[in-house]
Design a protein around this ligand. Structure first.
Ligand code: AKG
Length: 330
């Protein structure tokens, strides 16, 4: 039996609050690979978009965060090429922007030993990496294109429970979010804020009314008297979430990019809640040979999912966004 990566106190705190902030979870140097991979990606896209006349300058002289912020202000679809999931669209898909990033650094991060150790402390040793995952690269709020102000990968993340985005097949899935800070997350640059104990309150009404926001949210009027705790963490730090915990992100009021990734895991064999997208066995103490260790195979599974959706071979819904809607509240 391995020693738990979380102390008894940390596990009790997670169970009590529905979240746990770990100021430093992985060595910040373990993020070098992601930073290099994303810098190369941005370089290639900047050259291409400039050649296509989509942006006025490739901004090659700028550091990564500023360069990303400048380019996405001119080309709002940019975020799709950096995300680690295909777009969450049930219809109206444009193949030109139905893309994602699936480089080896992302796969290596999903299998990071320290992350899986912590996950194992909470859900046990048979760990499935859920395809419900998002790369969130948030420029300073004042620079965000109005089309993206309500898009949680770039602009605001409003109050929600993570269950809101899952199909009903995953109602009993023990999904755990690992929200990892790739840049330090502070109150100023938009760290998360969470309502302690809210995971015991059952599912909340989430409004999908476009007049309020472009993503399902628990309306501010419902949350206005609730005390939320801000959860700043260092670069390489993490916040773990129960899927029923109510949380949001504060706005990025700083002058630089705030960058995080949310990874999700659940015990192998449970439904992901997003059957159009592929997951994989990240750790198995019982059957280690079932673990996926090859980043190119992982990338291939996403290519196949993309083909299946675009060709119509996959006919179900990709994403759940209206199930918890209730017009009386919304
Ligand atoms: O980083 C964000 O803005 C939101 C992340 C989040 O809400 C989540 O991981 O569930």
């Amino acid at each position: 039996m391995n020693a738990s990566a979380l102390s008894k106190e940390q596990i009790a705190s997670f169970e009590d609050n529905g979240f746990l902030a770990i100021e430093s979870l992985i060595d910040p140097r373990d993020l070098d690979e992601i930073e290099t991979e994303y810098a190369e990606l941005l370089d290639g896209l900047a050259e291409w978009l400039f050649a296509e006349g989509e942006i006025s300058d490739p901004y090659a002289q700028l550091a990564f965060g500023d360069r990303y912020s400048r380019i996405i202000a001119e080309y709002p679809e940019l975020h799709r090429f950096f995300n680690v999931s295909l777009p969450l669209l049930n219809e109206g898909i444009n193949p030109d922007t139905f893309h994602m990033h699936k480089g080896p650094a992302v796969f290596h991060l999903m299998r990071h030993r320290r992350i899986l150790d912590v996950v194992e402390s909470l859900i046990g040793p048979e760990i499935y990496s859920s395809p419900v995952q998002q790369m969130r690269m948030k420029p300073p709020a004042r620079t965000v294109h109005s089309d993206l102000a309500g898009h949680s990968n770039v602009g605001a993340t409003t109050w929600h429970q993570d269950i809101v985005a899952l199909l009903p097949e995953a109602d009993d899935t023990q999904q755990l979010t690992v929200w990892l800070a790739i840049t330090e997350a502070t109150v100023e640059n938009g760290c998360l804020a969470s309502v302690p104990g809210s995971h015991r309150e059952g599912p909340k009404v989430h409004c999908s009314n476009l007049a309020i926001a472009s993503e399902p949210q628990v309306p501010d009027k419902v949350m206005k008297d609730r005390a939320a705790v801000p959860l700043p963490v260092k670069k390489g730090g993490a916040v773990l979430f129960h899927k029923m915990n109510v949380h949001r992100a504060l706005p990025n009021l700083s002058d630089s990019l705030r960058w995080s990734v949310d990874l999700r895991y659940h015990p192998t064999g449970q439904a992901t809640g997003r059957p159009a997208f592929p997951g994989f066995v990240a750790r198995s103490r019982a059957n280690p040979e079932t673990e996926l260790r090859d980043a190119s195979i992982w990338a291939d599974t996403w290519d196949k999912a993309r083909d299946d959706i675009l060709s119509g071979r996959f006919q179900g819904r990709v994403f759940e966004d209206t199930r918890w809607n209730d017009s009386a509240v919304c």
